[in-house]
Design a protein around this ligand. Structure first.
Ligand code: ADP
Ligand code: MG
Length: 370
């Protein structure tokens, strides 16, 4: 099946000639029809710029973009199809609902400005159907200023979907909502998009949103995609320490390749047996590496456990969070994080042994990004 969205070698610099680095520095991306694809990365990594290039709101310096098989942007050939002629719907972080219009005026707008403007009766029924789709049937005459945060979001979504675009672009649409509503709208949005079946590119800096909603996630850093995969493999097999730390919490400790090539030597000299990635297994013993493991892949004991490789430390802080207890444990010269179930809270100051779940630990070369 051919891709609904295909982006090749996209690059965009806002101030050419200045020392400012490129906002997007060579992004390639494909989304299969009907898929929900997420760009995940920290603020400033180029997510919005990528989306705006796809929407035609920015002119790329380099690369090509095609939507539904049609080339809408090709920097080298000077092709730049204007936004209103691209088969896209877009929801911005701010929603950009027009306060001087009612719901009908807002949702009908894309139909009023499109090339083949449909007759008034068709517009009315199309808006009605789309409002029903987002659960806002009968809200046509409601002034935009009388909408709750959740309702504004649905109106923005209805406006993005009213022309039945091939591609839906969503830029952090949940970030202005409070935590409870955000969770509800996340599920609602995902369910709606599945029901409509529209191919979606979603942008967020929130790893939980990305994991919960996406068919595939592209993790971005400094204008590039550093890893792209389904949520599970991204979380369980991050490509580098940056991805490991960005998707959830990660403990990082310095270590060395063990002499027997079957694991790593920890700072206290203990050997942690591990399956090393192929690139590292053949390297010199003693080579510095970074050992990474997540707080949920640990066990805490008050006495030295019989089995496994344990690091001895001291509880510096414990935080009871209801569903779990989070610990900060001083081990060597660093603080490691560990979670336990909430049935027991180990008091601060207590000496503990931290056992690493070996099968979930990861090893990276020392010079990999973080
Ligand atoms: P994100 O959406 O991931 O937070 P952006 O795409 O908004 O990132 O920004 C990427 C980089 O481009 C940032 O360094 C940002 O400061 C810069 N940038 C974004 N928009 C503009 C603009 N209109 N003019 C100049 N620089 C911009
Ligand atoms: Mg942004």
């Amino acid at each position: 099946m051919s891709a609904m969205l295909s982006v090749r070698d996209l690059a965009k610099t806002y101030a050419p000639g200045k020392s400012q680095p490129a906002a997007v520095a060579g992004v390639s991306l494909e989304i299969a029809e009907g898929n929900f694809h997420t760009l995940l990365g920290p603020s400033g990594c180029g997510k919005t710029t990528t989306l705006r290039c796809i929407a035609g709101l920015e002119r790329p310096d380099f690369g090509t973009i095609s939507i539904g098989g049609e080339t809408v942007s090709d920097a080298k050939r000077g092709i730049h199809v204007p936004t209103h002629k691209r088969s896209i719907g877009m929801v911005f972080q701010s929603y950009a609902i027009w306060p001087h219009l009612d719901v009908l005026g807002n949702v009908a707008f894309p139909l009023l400005v499109c090339r083949n403007r449909p007759p008034r009766s068709v517009i009315r029924s199309r808006v009605g159907e789309t409002l029903a789709l987002v659960g806002m049937e009968g809200f046509e005459r409601r002034p935009a200023t009388d909408l709750s945060g959740g309702q504004q979001q649905r109106v923005a979504l209805a406006r993005a979907l009213v022309r039945e675009p091939k591609l839906l672009l969503l830029d952090e649409p949940l970030s202005n909502l409070d935590a409870k509503l955000r969770e509800r709208m996340r599920d609602e949005l995902r369910e709606l998009v599945s029901r409509v079946g529209v191919t979606t590119l979603y942008v967020t800096h929130d790893q939980t949103e990305a994991l919960a909603m996406s068919d595939r996630i592209a993790v971005m850093a400094a204008g590039r995609i550093v890893q792209e995969d389904a949520p599970r493999p991204i979380y369980l097999s991050p490509a580098d320490p940056f991805v490991a730390s960005f998707l959830g919490a990660a403990n990082i400790i310095p270590a060395r390749l063990a002499r027997n090539a079957h694991g790593v030597e920890l700072p206290d000299g203990a050997c942690l047996p591990l399956d090393l990635p192929p690139g590292l297994a053949s390297q010199q013993p003693g080579r510095p590496v970074r050992l990474i493991f997540r707080p949920e892949d640990t066990r805490l004991d008050r006495a030295r456990p019989q089995r496994g490789v344990s690091l001895v430390g001291r509880v510096e802080r414990s935080s009871f969070l209801g569903s779990r207890v989070e610990y900060r444990i001083r081990v060597f010269d660093t603080i490691l994080r560990a979670y336990t179930d909430p049935s027991e809270v180990i008091p601060e100051g207590t000496p503990v042994w931290l056992t690493i779940a070996q099968r979930r630990a990861l090893v990276f070369p020392e010079d990999s990004s973080s």
